[in-house]
Every structure is written in structure tokens, then in C-alpha cells.
Write a protein that binds this ligand. Structure first.
Ligand SMILES: Cc1ncc(COP(=O)(O)O)c(C=O)c1O
Length: 421
């Protein structure tokens, strides 16, 4: 029973579209309203606790309400929340990012992932003087016009939402991920300003790069003087403290980060080569601005989370526990009569049903979503909260214990048994 959640949802439906502040949060009959969260757990307003793998869609890598993050926020709160002038925490965060992310010669702060990718694309266009951009089929870079595009004929795109003008996406071209020839074809014919891509796709479920693919993308973009932007809004500070670019040893020209670097508060950044970043106002003529950019509270929270994760062997432990979960799910799936596969890298993973492998957006789109819906409801009943959509990621945090992992694997096993009956 979730009486209070359903009551609140009824109220929300009357005053906000679909009753939620972001569409992915909606599910039937009603989303859970969350009262509080700590470590690997979230608690809803009806008092029920869940092991959480949504983790706010990625930011909470240290776990919910991490003491280091809370203490940093409390310390800075007493000093005021926003100044509209530079402050030391934002500079410290910039220096910290710059010391960790290989491509970050210069960094500019913003507030959301969408803002960071919007600024990065504009910087790439300003730097090259070209208009075309390439994104991957199924890639998501935030809710702004030029990237809210989906594949139309060949490599061209059409608006990915009502309200996006055709004109806004006429310079956006779509490539298939993990297919270097497809990308080469577009670059040769369109001479775009940039390729913007998630190095590990995370918005069609998790799709890791095939061996050598990112390096091939790097080579072709370098040869053609196309700006390569890695959108590390999800992978930044998740796979390692230097993100996917450090993990795979491939350095792009520009990078966007958000989620983890805000410590659960709104915070993002775009960064890259000095010669590109110096095009950004006020040192250059590419306009990028924001009232809340670099606010000291988000900066303090972000720094605390990045520093917390950098202590000792935290990433090794996190990735190790995640591997244990992934392997357990994968083995159980293989031993069952249910068709499916588990994709993942580090602490991000997705279970796809109805297919044996997923290497790109087209294949992910064919996964059995109805079966995922059944898994979602089963897991919820067992006290495990997954993101409600089939094509999202399961995020493990440093706060997930071996017991959490074992309980999750057991719940998944009981689903598979029921699914074949
Ligand atoms: C890869 C990627 N880029 C950009 C965004 C947009 O970030 P935000 O929701 O903070 O605007 C997201 C959001 O999930 C994302 O996954």
C-alpha cells in the first residue's frame, strides 16, 4: 500500500503536468513520494524502505546523505548561498576538476547537464566556425533544441519533441554508436563542428564501447579537426575520478560533467582544451552565462563528494561490488529460460530482456520493455527501487553493501523463476 504517495500524486496531477517535475519519474499507478534517503536506502512517505539503484539518476555515487557532503554544505550555508561574484569554493572545485579530468585544461561551471552540453556545443561551433553537430542514435544530452533530435532519413534528424523547430535540428546528424564507418561517412560528407557523445552510452540503458572504438573516434575526429566532446554527465567521477576518458585512456577535446560533481545539488561544468575554452566569454566571443553558475553550496557539495570518492580504494571497491552484482544477474539470466543480457561497466548496468546483446541504440530500442515493467514491479514489491524505465541505468553506490547486493540478486532470481512459469 502506498496511500500517502497516491494521495500526494492526486494533488500533484492537478497542479503540475503528469504530476512529476521530470517525465522519467512517472510510473503507474503512482510514483512513490520520497521522504528521506540515507546510504543505499530511500524511504517513501508511507514509511517503506527500498534499496535504491536509481540513485537520483546517477549523482549519488557516495550514497545518499553522505556525511562528508552534508558537513560541507552545512559549513558553507552559514556564509550565504549566492553572491553573483566569484567565490573561493568555485575556484577550488574548478582546480579539483582540472586536476582529475585529463581533458580539462580549462573549466567553466554551470548548473545542469543540459546547460553544460548546450555551452559545449556552442563553444565547438564558435571555435570551428561550422554549424553541424553529430550525436549518437539514442544518445541524450539534455532537453535543449539542437540535441533533442532523433534519426530521420539516413544520417539526418527530426525534432525529438513537439516544440523543437525542424530548423533547430537541421544541422544535427545521427550516427550509430560502436560503428566507426557510420561516423566517418557523416564527418566526410558534413564536415561538422563537433561530435558529442557519451563515451559509455547511458540513456538507452548502459552500452559500453567496443574494444578500440573510442580510440578510433578520437583518431578520425583529430584527423578531420572535428571537436570531440565526451558527454560525461553520467560517467564523470563514476568510473574513476577521471571519468570514462581516464578509464579508457582516450582524451577528447571537450568534456561535459554534471550529476556527481554537484554532490546531489545542481552543478555542472564544461571543459577542454585551452584554445577552445578561451573562446568563451568574457575571454572570447562565445556567450555562456548563468546566475547560479558556480554557486558556492553546490561547489562545496561537489568537492566533498569527489574527495570522498577519491579516498583509498573506494572506486576499486565500488566497481568490484558492482561486478559481483552484474555477474550474479548475468549468470542467473543465463541459467534461466528468459532471454536477456546484462550490460555494464563499473558501477553502471542495465538488464535488457528479449535480446542476447546490445551494442547500439537501434538494438536497445528493440528490448522487451513489457518484461522490464514486470521486473520493476516485482523488485519494488521486494523492497528494491529501480529507475522505472527499461532504458535507464542501475547505479551502485559506495554505500551499497554486500548484503544489499545479495538481496538484490535473490530478488532478481525469484523474478526469473516466476517469469518462466
Ligand atoms: C549524458 C547526459 N547528458 C546530459 C544530461 C542532462 O543533464 P540534466 O538533467 O542535468 O540537464 C543527462 C541527463 O540525464 C545525461 O544523462
Amino acid at each position: 500500500m502506498n496511500d500517502r504517495s497516491s494521495e500526494l500524486f492526486e494533488r500533484a496531477l492537478k497542479v503540475t503536468p503528469g504530476g512529476v517535475s521530470s517525465p522519467v519519474r512517472a510510473f503507474r499507478p503512482n510514483p512513490l513520494f520520497i521522504e528521506s534517503a540515507k546510504g543505499s536506502r530511500i524511504k517513501d512517505v508511507d514509511g517503506k524502505e527500498y534499496i535504491d539503484y536509481c540513485m537520483a539518476y546517477g549523482p549519488m555515487v557516495a550514497g545518499h546523505a553522505c556525511e562528508d557532503v552534508l558537513n560541507a554544505v552545512k559549513t558553507y550555508l552559514d556564509k550565504g548561498t549566492l553572491f553573483g561574484a566569484p567565490s573561493e569554493p568555485e575556484l577550488q572545485l574548478i582546480e579539483l576538476i582540472s586536476s582529475r579530468v585529463p581533458s580539462a585544461e580549462m573549466v567553466r561551471l554551470a548548473c545542469s547537464g543540459a546547460e553544460a552540453t548546450m555551452h559545449a556545443v556552442r563553444a565547438a561551433r564558435g571555435f570551428t566556425g561550422r554549424d553541424g553537430i553529430v550525436k549518437m542514435n539514442g544518445g541524450y544530452h539534455g532537453a535543449h533544441d539542437s540535441v533533442l533530435a532523433e534519426r530521420d532519413e539516413g544520417h539526418t534528424s527530426r525534432p525529438g519533441s513537439e516544440g523543437v523547430p525542424r530548423d533547430a535540428v537541421k544541422n544535427t546528424f545521427i550516427a550509430e554508436y560502436n560503428d566507426i564507418e557510420d561516423l566517418v561517412e557523416i564527418i566526410d560528407s558534413e564536415r561538422p563542428a563537433c561530435v558529442i557523445m557519451e563515451p559509455v552510452m547511458g540513456n538507452m540503458g548502459v552500452i559500453p564501447p567496443e574494444k578500440g572504438y573510442l580510440q578510433e573516434v578520437r583518431n578520425v575526429t583529430k584527423e578531420t579537426e572535428t571537436v570531440l566532446i565526451f558527454d560525461e554527465v553520467i560517467t564523470g567521477f563514476r568510473l574513476t575520478s577521471g571519468g570514462a576518458q581516464e578509464y579508457y585512456g582516450v582524451t577528447p577535446d571537450m568534456t561535459t560533467c554534471a550529476k556527481i560533481m554537484g554532490g546531489g545539488l545542481p552543478g555542472s561544468a564544461f571543459m577542454g582544451k585551452r584554445e577552445i575554452m578561451e573562446k568563451v566569454a568574457p575571454s572570447g566571443k562565445v556567450y555562456a552565462a548563468g546566475t547560479y553558475a558556480g554557486n558556492p553550496i553546490s561547489a562545496a557539495a561537489g568537492m566533498a563528494q569527489i574527495n570522498y570518492m577519491s579516498k583509498g580504494i573506494r572506486y576499486t571497491e565500488l566497481n568490484g561490488r558492482s561486478d559481483t552484482l552484474r555477474k550474479a544477474l548475468s549468470d542467473m539470466l543465463e541459467d534461466s529460460k528468459v532471454r536477456g543480457c546484462v550490460n555494464g561497466v563499473g558501477s553502471m548496468m542495465t538488464v535488457f530482456f528479449g535480446t542476447e546483446s546490445v551494442a547500439n541504440g537501434s538494438q536497445a530500442a528493440k528490448a522487451d520493455r513489457e518484461m522490464f515493467g514486470r521486473l520493476f514491479r516485482h523488485m519494488l514489491g521486494k523492497g528494491i527501487y529501480l529507475a522505472p524505465s527499461a532504458l535507464e541505468d542501475w547505479f551502485v553506490s559506495a554505500a551499497h553493501s554486500s548484503e544489499d547486493i545479495a538481496a538484490t540478486a535473490e530478488a532478481f532470481g525469484s523474478f526469473l523463476k516466476g517469469a518462466v512459469r
